[in-house]
Design a protein around this ligand. Structure first.
Ligand SMILES: Cc1cc2nc3c(=O)[nH]c(=O)nc-3n(C[C@H](O)[C@H](O)[C@H](O)COP(=O)(O)O)c2cc1C
Length: 210
């Protein structure tokens, strides 16, 4: 079972979403000691914004790309290949200003590739191509918003990940991280309990992929 972890906090080891991801990886390794885990920390090593040069490189036919354009396409291809290879994907996403960090939005911009990670059917219906994955979004936020209109991040991520084919996504939030020590400890403990209750046995991923 191959697991890809995408970290996106700017807080490094102090990140609560990273701590949840670490906990999930530890649990997954208990369930499957042979699990292969790849970690990409885009908070520590941000990707460049998806800009005109990036779009231009992707739209330029391979045989006429400049060296710089080739480098840009190779980076994008590597991110997509890493995503496609994974059986299980864990996105650790802090809430910044009511939504996802710019670093994580940039990651999504890079992996949303027409004809590669999504396509349109002849009828014009979008079809996500990142299929058969077990997907988790582990979030942390300073306040409490889960299940309320103040949680503007979850609906966006549901839509965006679903567009790419990741339709079954489990969201687990550690809330109250900025509401005092007791609330923060409670928020993390609750999120960890929810992770502990997950079935992370490798067979589940295989079943989903079938
Ligand atoms: C720039 C910034 C913006 C934030 N905006 C929000 C917010 O809109 N809502 C909220 O509940 N918490 C907000 N917070 C608090 C973070 O969500 C909280 O610190 C959380 O633990 C971040 O996840 P992390 O620990 O994995 O970095 C913000 C924090 C920062 C640094």
């Amino acid at each position: 079972m191959k697991t890809l972890v995408i970290l996106s906090s700017i807080l490094g080891e102090r990140s609560h979403s990273k701590q949840l991801a670490d906990h999930m990886v530890a649990r997954a390794k208990q369930a499957d000691p042979a699990a292969v885990v790849t970690v990409r920390d885009i908070g520590a090593e941000p990707l460049p914004y998806f800009d005109g040069a990036t779009a231009g490189a992707l739209f330029t036919p391979a045989d006429v790309r400049s060296v710089e354009q080739q480098r840009i396409v190779e980076r994008s291809d590597a991110l997509v290949a890493e995503l496609m290879r994974a059986d299980r994907i864990v996105f650790a996403v802090p809430v910044y200003n009511f939504n996802l960090p710019a670093q994580f939005k940039t990651y999504l911009d890079h992996v949303a590739r027409a004809g590669v990670t999504f396509r349109y059917t002849p009828e014009g219906v979008p079809e996500g191509l990142v299929k058969g994955k077990q997907v988790f979004v582990l979030t942390a936020r300073g306040g409490k918003a889960e299940g309320t209109p103040n949680d503007t991040m979850t609906p966006y991520l549901r839509q965006m990940l679903g567009f790419l084919g990741m339709n079954e996504v489990t969201f687990i939030a550690a809330e109250g991280m900025a509401m005092g020590e007791v609330a923060a400890l409670e928020g993390v403990a609750l999120a960890r309990q929810r992770i502990d209750a997950l079935d992370l046995a490798p067979a589940r991923g295989a079943l989903q992929a079938a």
